[in-house]
Write a protein that binds this ligand. Structure first.
Ligand code: ZN
Length: 131
């Protein structure tokens, strides 16, 4: 398994980590198979979405804010309940196919770390899946 760190810069941020994941795949010398990209955090998530138009991740963030407002009478006393809910909506991992040592993503796809309670340092784990 490879681990890398991402320093996020605002409360909500979608950070394109595709290059870091690709580097981890190369360092682990994975030729083909699947890699799991996982965040060991409860207020950050992982998703795959468009990397060409930054308005897409801005729209995602805005949509999540509409669905999960920061203040909505939550019970969790830490004050960041919305971040926990958004993290679960995005999920804590994605699986990406690898072929000939390269991540197999669609033309417009990138892997994003989704920060919902930043800024803070985040860890990303990249683990080979399957055989
Ligand atoms: Zn909390």
């Amino acid at each position: 398994m490879k681990v890398f760190e991402v320093s996020t810069r605002s409360r909500t941020e979608f950070v394109d980590i595709t290059d870091e994941v690709q580097r981890a795949v190369a360092e682990m010398e994975i030729a083909s198979g699947l890699v799991a990209v996982f965040v060991p955090h409860t207020t950050a998530g992982i998703t795959v979405n468009e990397n060409a138009d930054p308005d897409v991740t801005a729209d995602l963030a805005a949509a999540l804010d509409r669905i999960v407002p920061w203040n909505a009478g939550y019970r969790h006393s830490e004050g960041n309940a919305a971040a926990h809910v958004k993290a679960s909506l995005m999920g804590s991992s994605v699986l990406v196919p690898v072929d000939r040592g390269r991540l197999q993503l669609g033309t417009w796809q990138a892997v994003y770390l989704c920060e919902f309670d930043g800024p803070r340092p985040r860890k990303v784990w990249v683990q080979r899946g399957g055989g």
